[in-house]
Structures are given as structure tokens and as C-alpha cells.
Design a protein around this ligand. Structure first.
Ligand code: FAD
Length: 335
């Protein structure tokens, strides 16, 4: 039997891919502590390779207009004729994946797995897809997200407000209907909820907070197999872009390829190395590594240099928005 702990984007896409590629004689079981996928998220998905997903997400908004701020100052805006990001209903999407998995014969069990017990006892192949909750020792920060209503109405636009002082950003995204998804995370602020509250009280009139939650997000990616109580995949393996927080797409791509190659090679480390060099993941993996390295350099710079680098983002902004790719040469030398 193969046990997958965590039924988020990574665990569930891994399970489906493993099943599709297997001879179907092995039991696949996915555990998740929550029957409904509850983890807070910005729910933004880049409009890239949408055919990789086993279940099509419901698209709530197509994002064409981007406003980038350094604190109070608008430093860049971009307007595209087609949607470069989608805002999706992530909870519904994950739950549809889970139903699809169950119908295909994958067992789903809604129980929290104790990693320490699992480590000591299991004879089965165990996969750690617990996202930022993994005991993987990678660098993580707390991050807060609220769903609100206010006078502001967003349709096809998003705002990213950088906080150079604390090395992080606020986001303001549309959500279901007229609701707004607002969040904040930074390297230097341990309690992002109070910063987010301050921001919302200042920026929104007739503010009504429907839901506010704090979670963790992983910033560090090492491009190496990491073993906890099982082999880590997706965010548990660090597949989140440090400079943007995008984790759904890289986690999904890595996990579904790992499911396929684990069946083919029957060895997790070999499968991992094959995926790292696979055409569909190599660029993502290189960019994940690069963004973490850039973040570690950026945080060592004095505030004035951090601000001036932010202003140079305009030279690389289209790649950042449309592909989540940062080319440091474009930022530094405008090439
Ligand atoms: C506030 C916030 C905003 C974000 N915004 C975006 C965004 O807009 N776009 C984007 O692409 N990414 C975003 N991300 C990142 C993205 O949410 C994750 O990188 C992505 O969901 C990773 O998928 P995953 O399956 O690896 O982990 P997760 O989605 O975290 O799923 C892990 C699953 O494991 C389960 N679990 C954990 N521990 C146990 C246990 N012991 N036993 C059983 N089950 C367990 C959890 O219940 C959960 O369902 C955001 C993250 C946060 C926190």
C-alpha cells in the first residue's frame, strides 16, 4: 500500500497520477485531517498550461490589470487584453479532485496522521504531502489572509503592495462575487494578522471581515529529496516561489510527475532526480531555487537598496506577472 498524508494540490494530484500510471493492483490511500480543504490561500493560478490539471478549476475572475505599489506609491501598472491569472475556487477544486480520486478507486480517510507514530511503525511507502505543516526544517513564515466585503469592487484587477521595510507584501485580489481576498506576509513580522488588520482598517471603507486566518508558507526550496516520516512532495518539499508565494502550480506539476515516475522507476530518489530534469519541471525548479537565493540576498541589503531594486522591477515585470519568472539581469541591467 502507498499512504499519502495530505490531500491538498500535491497529495491529491500525486495520488491520481500514481493511479493512472499504475497497474491498479496497489492500494492507494490519502489521509487528510480536514474533510473540507480549509487552508487559506490567495487562490490565484497563472494562466499557463491549464491542461495539466486532472480537474478543471472553476474560474471566478480573469485577471488582466495589475497594480504594483511600494508602500503608498504606485510604481508600476500593467494591463493585458487577456487574463494572465485566474482566481479560482480552490476549496471546491480540491474537493472535486478528492471525489474524482475516490471514484477512481483511491481510498480517502479524513483523519490527522501523527508523523512520529508513522515514522516508527509503517512498512508501507509513505508520502508526506502536508504542505507547510511538514516537519521538514525548511524556512517558513506566518502569513495572514482575510475574506472581506467593502466599498471596493474588483473584477479583473489585483494589487500587490510591497513592504520593503519588513520584506514582504500585501495582496488585494477579487474573490467569489463581490468579496475580496486580502493578505499579508513578510520575513520580519511575526504577527501578520495585526499588520493586516491595520492595513484593512486604513484602506477599506465599510469593511466587513467574513473570515480571517493565519497559516504558514514555505519559502525555501533545495531541489533535493527530503525525508521526514515519508518522502516529501509539493510544498512539503519547498515548491513555493519565494518572491511571489505561488505554490499551487509548481506543487501540482512536481507531484503529478513524481507519481508517474515513481511507478516507472519504483525508487523515490531516482524518480525525484528524473523529475528535476524533466522538461515540464526543470524551469520551475531552477526558478524556485533562484528566487530563494535572490530573497536571501535581498534581505541582507539595506532598506534604501531594497527600495531602489523594487523600482527596477519594471524592467522584469511582464515575466514576473505572466510566467512568475525573475531574470535578475533584466532587473539590474535592463536587458
Ligand atoms: C495565505 C496563503 C496564500 C497563498 N496564496 C497562493 C496563491 O494565490 N497562489 C498559489 O499558487 N499559491 C498560494 N499559496 C501557496 C499554496 O497554498 C500552497 O503552496 C499549495 O496549496 C501547496 O499544496 P500542497 O498540497 O503541497 O499543500 P497544502 O495545500 O498545504 O495541503 C496540505 C494538506 O495536508 C493536510 N495535512 C497537514 N498535516 C496533516 C496531517 N498530520 N495529517 C493529515 N493531513 C494533514 C492539510 O489539511 C492540507 O489539506 C498561498 C499560501 C498561503 C498560506
Amino acid at each position: 500500500m502507498i499512504k499519502i498524508v495530505g490531500g491538498g494540490p500535491s497529495g491529491i494530484s500525486f495520488a491520481i497520477s500514481y493511479l493512472i500510471n499504475s497497474r491498479k493492483d496497489e492500494k492507494i490511500k490519502v489521509y487528510d485531517g480536514e474533510r473540507n480543504y480549509e487552508k487559506p490561500c490567495g487562490e490565484a493560478l497563472l494562466n499557463l498550461n491549464m491542461n495539466i490539471y486532472y480537474v478543471e478549476p472553476e474560474i471566478l475572475h480573469e485577471i488582466k490589470d495589475f497594480y504594483i505599489y511600494d508602500g503608498e506609491n504606485l510604481i508600476e501598472e500593467r494591463h493585458y487584453s487577456s487574463g494572465k491569472w485566474f482566481i479560482i475556487d480552490k476549496r471546491k477544486w480540491i474537493e472535486e479532485h478528492r471525489r474524482y480520486a475516490e471514484k477512481s478507486g483511491i481510498l480517502l480517510s479524513y483523519e490527522k496522521v501523527n508523523p512520529f507514530k508513522e515514522k516508527n511503525g509503517s512498512e508501507d511507502l509513505v508520502i508526506d504531502a502536508t504542505g507547510p505543516f511538514s516537519f521538514n526544517k525548511l524556512r517558513k513564515i506566518p502569513i495572514a489572509r482575510a475574506i472581506i466585503s467593502s466599498d471596493l469592487s474588483l473584477e479583473s484587477e489585483v494589487k500587490l503592495i510591497f513592504d520593503a521595510e519588513n520584506i514582504g507584501f500585501y495582496w488585494v485580489f477579487p474573490s467569489a462575487g463581490k468579496l475580496i481576498n486580502v493578505g499579508y506576509g513578510s520575513l520580519l513580522i511575526k504577527n501578520p494578522t495585526s499588520k493586516l488588520m491595520e492595513f484593512m482598517n486604513k484602506k477599506f471603507r465599510n469593511l466587513r471581515i467574513l473570515n480571517i486566518k493565519t497559516s504558514l508558507i514555505t519559502l525555501q526550496y533545495r531541489a533535493k529529496p527530503i525525508y521526514t516520516f515519508g518522502y516529501t512532495i509539493g510544498e512539503a518539499n519547498g515548491t513555493v516561489f519565494s518572491l511571489t508565494g505561488e505554490g499551487i502550480r509548481p506543487s501540482y506539476v512536481q507531484s503529478s510527475l513524481l507519481g508517474k515516475f515513481l511507478i516507472e522507476l519504483r525508487d523515490f530518489n531516482k524518480a525525484y532526480n528524473t523529475v528535476i530534469n524533466h522538461a515540464d519541471f526543470k524551469e520551475l525548479s531552477d526558478q524556485l531555487k533562484l528566487q530563494y537565493n535572490l530573497l536571501t540576498i535581498y534581505q541582507k541589503l539595506p532598506l534604501s537598496m531594497r527600495r531602489s531594486l523594487l523600482r527596477r522591477i519594471k524592467h522584469a515585470i511582464d515575466d514576473y506577472i505572466t510566467k512568475n519568472v525573475i531574470d535578475p539581469r533584466k532587473v539590474l541591467f535592463k536587458i
